[in-house]
Design a protein around this ligand. Structure first.
Ligand code: HAM
Length: 435
């Protein structure tokens, strides 16, 4: 047992995982740019009140999962690591007067989030999200744009058959009546509620519907549906969102009990699950509208909508898939092998090998130098193990300005002037790849 290990619920992303994760981030960045969402970054920690107020005090994320940062209490500071990006982005929107910018303000952020969750497969205490937000547009068209963007991300990374669950959870006009009806329902079934849910019945009944407790599955199935009690404005909005999604050919499943785990949502709410996922499986993404959030954080009333995609879970879904398509294979593929490895007959002459490799790297080529002081045969074996296409072999003919260029797959080699090496390698690589 090593003395030190990564903290519980966190993990090291070794190259085999970091490389595909970087590819997911690249797809995310490219898509966001194509759709006109601009990258931004908020601090990894905020005044804890940003999350308590924004996400809601009676939510799992705030009640149980906030990571508090060792702040200097004597200076009155209370910080928490960000459990999600939306509250911090809304805080930044207010702080920087973004309501005076052209609306909507469309931003994207990708990075680590922190939740003191019970660790298990796909549930980590530090995890990665791709987040997109459009603030300042009441919808409904932008709601469909956001959902379509999320759907395209999954398709582009090799998960074309995800399941999108869609609901509307109303607004302050219609939700109180629904909450009353819901509360009455759970009161009738109070005996079947676990203690936490019984307590939530008093403090935040909507959270009961989002319970992860298996004992709640049956009770929740019979609960009244928000969509039956939507006010006219919310019902019209929801209908228009669906019409826009239909026009885009985006498939979805109506899920009248979907409420999401954060309190800021109004109207549109959606969650995404891998194909064939069972009821208890974790979402690989989710989002929705939050028309009250900016105001909660001290700004003017401003509508907003966005989503967060859990990149760790997307990666798991890709790894677990038996029927990977080409896009999925491209995300999971190992790092490309170096084009060439510079080896030499004089084990001690590492300086020349390093110098040649440096020149080739300067010319833009992916080249490794064998810097171990071992025999040429061993160096060539290592180059083949690397999967390199070529070996540049430094020998006595370097005195006359030449090296041997060896095609490791074909097993052929020919002398090449050092001055032509970069150009020769490039040309050889092209015919190699296409041949
Ligand atoms: P969320 O549903 O709490 O929403 O998180 C979004 C996604 O992050 C989840 O669907 C899941 O894939 C991933 N995720 C959450 N917790 C964990 C965890 N402990 N380990 C691994 N992955 C996790 C939000 O965070 C909202 N900010 C989304 C949003 C943006 N709504 C509007 N704008």
């Amino acid at each position: 047992m090593p003395t030190f290990r990564a903290p519980r619920g966190t993990r090291d992303l070794l190259p085999a995982e970091r490389v595909p994760m970087t590819r997911l981030e690249r797809v995310a960045a490219d898509l966001a740019a194509r759709y006109g969402y601009h990258p931004m970054e908020t601090p990894l920690f905020e005044d804890a009140a940003v999350f308590e107020r924004g996400i809601g005090a009676v939510t799992d994320v705030v009640e149980k999962e906030l990571f508090f940062v060792g702040a200097r209490a004597d200076e009155g500071e209370r910080w928490a690591l960000r459990p999600e990006p939306t509250a911090g982005i809304a805080r930044a929107y207010v702080q920087h007067g973004m309501q005076t910018w052209p609306q909507p303000v469309k931003v994207t952020m990708t990075g680590s989030m922190f939740r003191y969750d019970r660790p298990q497969a796909g549930r980590y205490r530090q995890f990665w999200q791709f987040d997109v937000e459009a603030i300042g547009d009441p919808g409904p068209a932008v709601d469909a744009e956001i959902i379509e963007l999320a759907a395209r991300f999954y398709r582009d990374v090799g998960l074309p058959d995800v399941k999108i669950l869609l609901n509307s959870i109303g607004d302050p006009a219609c939700r109180p009546a629904y909450l009353e009806e819901m509360t009455a329902y759970y009161r009738r079934h109070e005996a079947r509620l676990p203690p936490l849910e019984r307590e939530r019945l008093e403090r935040n009944p909507l959270r009961i519907l989002d319970s992860k407790d298996p004992a709640m599955v049956d009770v929740n199935a019979g609960a009244p549906s928000m969509t039956d009690g939507l006010c006219e404005a919310c019902a019209g909005h929801f209908e228009a969102v669906r019409a826009h999604l239909d026009a885009l050919g985006i498939g979805y499943t109506l899920e009248p009990h979907l409420v999401r785990g954060l309190d800021y949502y109004t109207r549109t709410a959606f969650e995404v699950y891998p194909a064939g996922a069972g009821g208890q499986q974790s979402a690989i993404g989710g989002g929705g509208r939050y028309d009250g959030l900016v105001e909660l954080l001290g700004g003017r009333p401003t509508p907003g909508i966005g989503f967060g995609i859990g990149l760790d879970r997307v990666l798991l879904a890709l790894q677990e898939r038996a029927d990977r398509n080409a896009a999925a294979e491209a995300i999971l593929a190992p790092e490309p092998a170096p084009l060439a490895v510079v080896v030499g007959s004089d084990p001690a002459d590492t300086a020349t090998r390093l110098r040649l490799a440096t020149e080739l790297r300067g010319a833009g080529l992916a080249v490794r130098a064998d810097l171990g002081q071992r025999k040429l045969g061993k160096q060539l074996e290592a180059a083949a193990r690397d999967g390199a296409h070529f070996a540049v072999i430094v020998g006595d003919e370097l005195a006359s300005g030449q090296v041997q260029l060896r095609d490791l797959d074909a097993g052929t080699q020919r002398p090449t002037p050092v001055t032509n090496l970069a150009r020769d390698l490039e040309r050889a690589a092209r015919t190699h790849h296409h041949g």
